[in-house]
Design a protein around this ligand. Structure first.
Ligand SMILES: Nc1ncnc2c1ncn2[C@@H]1O[C@H](COP(=O)(O)OP(=O)(O)OP(=O)(O)O)[C@@H](O)[C@H]1O
Length: 240
């Protein structure tokens, strides 16, 4: 195995004066699909926010894509974020422009200049998320699930090594949510590390991955608890 893309050793995560998590030890590798689970307020989002420099590390060693997150300078954070795909509620689509223009906006902001290359890249990511024919639409002309696909397409634009998704299925019906997680799962198979938070434990069976649980200010590897889990429907059938 190569150098982990995210390596945390005895990290403490705070929200202002509150210690949210301590002794966080993680090594997350290329191509892994990682779930962060845990009750409301257990620290999942806070941990994700430390990965992209939104929340400072209080103590411990934290390295993300080679950046030392204890010492990273503010001016280097945009550089790091360009290598990450972020799928968060706070990063919604701009409602005053089409899908194509939303995506072009990000590419231009990250240094793309050639119009033909911008157009090609946009078509490519829209195809990848199954939205090849929706580029001309405005966000409010799309369903919640379609908008989430576009948000994922936007996160993929610069071929990030890591995708961070905070409850990407949060506002979606079960079937649409599954399709979104399926999409993220496929992206991880192409070599990106995908880290997502969820409250929907059924997903852990359908799309297996590494599972970390936040509870009692600690994070523990819970993968083995879910690797043999059976879908609820099968369990019921087998019990009849
Ligand atoms: N901006 C903030 N300022 C102060 N405290 C915060 C802030 N954001 C979160 N917290 C607190 O930090 C703790 C962890 O919150 P966090 O959002 O990381 O939990 P979570 O596991 O992601 O919860 P959820 O499942 O509801 O999304 C909670 O006690 C929360 O109240």
């Amino acid at each position: 195995m190569g150098e982990p893309l995210i390596r945390y050793k005895d990290v403490e995560v705070h929200q202002q004066d509150l210690c949210v998590l301590n002794e966080v030890n993680l090594e997350l590798q290329k191509g892994e699909f990682v779930y962060l689970i845990g009750k409301v307020g257990s620290g999942k989002t806070s941990l994700l926010k430390t990965f992209y420099g939104e929340l400072d590390i209080i103590s411990g060693e934290a390295v993300v894509l080679g950046y030392d997150m204890n010492r990273i300078k503010r001016k280097h954070i945009p550089q790091l974020r360009r290598k990450l795909g972020i799928v968060f509620q706070d990063f919604q689509l701009l409602t005053d422009r089409t899908v194509n223009d939303n995506l072009a906006f990000v590419l231009k902001a990250t240094g793309w200049k050639n119009k033909a290359e911008i157009k090609d890249r946009i078509s490519e990511v829209l195809m990848q998320v199954g939205m090849g024919n929706k580029g001309y639409k405005f966000p409010n002309e799309l369903s919640g699930g379609e908008q989430q696909r576009i948000v994922i397409a936007r996160a993929m634009l610069n071929s990030p090594e890591i995708i961070l998704a905070d409850e990407p299925t949060g506002n979606l019906d079960a079937e649409t949510g599954r399709a979104i997680v399926g999409l993220l799962h496929n992206i991880s198979r192409t070599g990106s590390l995908v880290v997502m938070t969820t409250h929907n434990l059924q997903l852990l069976h359908e799309f297996p991955g590494q599972v970390y649980r936040c509870a009692g200010h600690q994070i523990t590897d819970a993968t083995s608890e879910y690797s043999g889990m059976m879908p609820i429907v099968e369990e019921i059938n087998n019990n009849i």
